[in-house]
Design a protein around this ligand. Structure first.
Ligand code: SAH
Length: 248
């Protein structure tokens, strides 16, 4: 029997920022599986569903539950915040399928969501309106040396940068460490910013200089933005020009 598991990006948090497609699919599901923090955001809206959560670092188990439930014939969705294909569960679901459920008739479908870089950028103005890079500072799954190389490459190539996972309890100094690596390429006055709890209660928006950013303590629910060399502050917002006025 063919069954389909939906891998759904729910956007940054509030239902308003979820796509119609994502909402429509979640409404049709029997089981919604995810990390508890995200399920809590959904629970009120989709009260009739079976919710299954596994803690952080139990991602493989979470994926396997999806396949097991789908094999029972249930309609299953696994949810991620933002987009499921950006530091989300989409790739792991494909890998688990290949490794453990290759012979099953289960099909995987990824439903896009607004990732934090995009929803956060909108809060700040237009910081990513030219070429940009997204880099995660989490070294749980990526060696720090590789993260360092990517920071240097992005800063030296003058990309605007969105930093995910800028901090956690164990990595509270990582943003400072990252700024120190990039300061060779980025002047102290470069406009930067961050947004905490995008699309959720307690949203906090900050525009600051690169020098100030280095000293900021941000948490794991924050996305950090570093402008490129053309980024400026207009009307208290962070704006990276496309360059339309260059020849006027
Ligand atoms: N799949 C998610 C990213 C997961 S990685 C997405 O596409 O958005 C987790 C990191 O994403 C966090 O540490 C933070 O940097 C960022 N993030 C996710 N949701 C956020 C939110 N609502 N507000 C601010 N940052 C968020």
């Amino acid at each position: 029997m063919t069954n389909c598991i939906y891998i759904v990006g729910m956007g940054p948090g509030s239902e308003k920022k979820m796509s119609f497609e994502a909402k429509d699919i979640l409404e049709k599901m029997d089981v919604i599986i995810g990390y508890k923090v995200y399920l809590d955001l959904l629970e009120e809206e989709f009260r009739t569903k079976e919710f299954i959560s596994t803690p952080m670092k139990k991602e493989i188990e979470r994926c396997k539950i999806c396949f097991e439930k789908a094999l029972e014939g249930k309609k299953v969705a696994i949810i991620c915040s933002g987009d499921a294909g950006i530091y989300g569960m989409a790739s792991l679901m494909y890998e688990i399928k290949e490794q453990f459920y290759a012979d099953s008739q289960i099909e995987l479908r990824v439903i896009p969501g607004i990732t934090a870089a995009i929803s956060g950028a909108a809060e700040l103005g237009a910081p990513l309106n030219h070429d940009f890079c997204v880099i995660s500072l989490s070294d749980l799954l990526t060696p720090w040396e590789k993260i360092e190389k990517r920071l240097v490459a992005a800063a030296s190539a003058d990309f605007a940068i969105a930093l995910y996972n800028p901090s956690s309890k164990k990595r509270s100094h990582y943003l400072k460490k990252a700024c120190e690596i990039m300061e060779k390429y980025i002047e102290k006055s470069r406009p930067c910013g961050y947004v905490k709890n995008i699309g959720r209660d307690g949203t906090e928006i900050c525009v600051c200089s690169f020098e100030e950013l280095k000293e900021e303590s941000v948490d794991m629910f924050t996305t950090v933005f570093i402008g490129n060399s053309s980024t400026k502050v207009i009307d208290k917002k962070l704006v990276t020009p496309r360059g339309y006025n260059r020849n006027e």
